[in-house]
Design a protein around this ligand. Structure first.
Ligand code: URA
Ligand code: ZN
Length: 379
């Protein structure tokens, strides 16, 4: 793909070298394992609980982790191969969720500084390729540390928001203890890129043995999007968007199944007798889920097919609230040809093309224009 307008990838991960060192120093999930029997073999990345299957040797658990996860050169090669002119990189899951409270803030500061510096170095080069970043938050640290880092991130020129998972401080995103954090995010106009990691309990898929029969398919195709859907629905039901009307979230994987289920959520809320609005005694959400979708939520376009993308655009209320992404370096081609186009990227691009065959303006918005506007990118 080559185009006369910016192509911005807002869903593209990096494990910067400092984070690779952190994972390599661990032996429980999340960790990186270097098989000792074959020092030339790629290390293994074991980040999902279902990856750490005791029935397999460690050298066969998880997935191989090569330079695409941490090399900025390889990120640029990937961008060039797919016509991407700007990437907003983010730490991949599970971010810093597993750190103890004492090390969380200094680790977040180190990684955020690394990301900002790498973007600055890249942007000083004449290649024409731009890098920006979503920072990470020390969510296991005391609240004042988290708020401090939210404010500090605004001083890093290349950081354009934050990425976080669905557990928040450990109890989910409807936890009232998060109000202080959400207030800081809203006050600093910080976009939150919400990304899944934990999926659903193994039992939802018939247990680890059943999951193992199809590798990552069930946790990634179903567990991830359902996790996001549940997390945002819980926020909505707990009135988070009523209390923080300025809060802005970008939902990974086109909002999971939220676009498809929003009408059902709305209907169940309207029929819930417990809620004050319907004669009950509990405070339900004050605003409709559609209003929240149209004013607090953006959706990425990482959905790999036209029906899902159409639903995302329809639920978001406009083509202005959906943004292209790739999920690089996950879902690489499985063959030996390292330079081949990635099916995962091509299917997202053809879904955009297929939804708007005659409408270059709409394509331009999803592929980059919306990200430039919403994130304030200097391209
Ligand atoms: N698998 C992951 O663990 N994370 C992603 O972002 C995509 C696939
Ligand atoms: Zn991702």
């Amino acid at each position: 793909m080559s185009s006369s307008y910016p192509i911005v990838d807002i869903h593209t991960h990096m494990y910067p070298p400092s984070y690779i060192r952190l994972l390599s120093s661990r032996s429980t999930v999340p960790y990186i394992h270097q098989p000792s029997e074959d020092p030339n073999a790629d290390p293994r990345l074991i980040i999902l609980a279902s990856d750490d299957d005791p029935a397999r040797p460690k050298s066969a658990r998880g997935r191989p982790v090569d330079g695409t996860y941490s090399s900025f050169d390889q990120k640029r090669q990937f961008m060039q191969a797919h016509g991407i002119t700007c990437s907003v990189i983010s730490l991949a899951n599970p971010w810093l969720d597993f750190l103890d409270p004492e090390s969380a803030l200094p680790t977040a500061q180190e990684i955020n500084d690394d990301l900002d510096k790498a973007c600055a170095e890249n942007n000083a080069q004449p290649s024409g390729l731009k890098l920006y970043a979503f920072g990470c938050l020390p969510l296991s640290a005391p609240s004042q540390d988290i708020v401090q880092e939210i404010h500090r991130l605004k001083t890093l020129a290349n950081v354009k928001g934050v990425i976080m998972g669905t557990t928040g401080l450990g109890q989910g995103l409807d936890d009232p203890a998060l109000d202080e954090i959400f207030a800081a995010l809203a006050a600093t106009n910080t976009l939150v890129f919400l990304h899944p990691h934990y999926g659903l309990p193994d039992s939802a898929f018939g247990g680890q043995e059943t999951i193992a029969k199809s590798g990552h398919v069930l946790p990634l195709a179903l567990g991830f999007p359902l996790e996001t859907t549940i997390a945002v629905s819980r926020m909505y039901l707990a009135g988070v968007f009523d209390r923080h009307p300025q809060l802005q979230f970008l939902l990974a994987h086109s909002g999971g199944t939220l676009p498809f289920l929003a009408g059902r959520i709305e209907s169940c809320v309207a029929h819930e007798r417990e809620f004050i609005a319907n004669g009950g005694h509990r405070q339900g959400p004050k605003r409709s889920i559609w209003e929240v979708l149209h004013s607090n939520l953006y959706l990425d376009a990482v959905i790999y097919g036209q029906p899902g993308l159409k639903a995302a655009i329809e639920a978001a209320g406009s083509v202005d609230r959906v943004m292209f992404g790739t999920d690089h370096p996950f879902f690489p081609p499985l063959g030996d040809d390292k330079n081949s186009k990635w099916l995962s990227v091509e299917s997202n691009i053809s879904a955009i093309d297929g939804c708007f065959p005659q409408n270059e303006e709409a394509q331009r918005k999803i592929l980059g224009g919306n990200a430039v506007r919403v994130l304030g990118l200097d391209l």
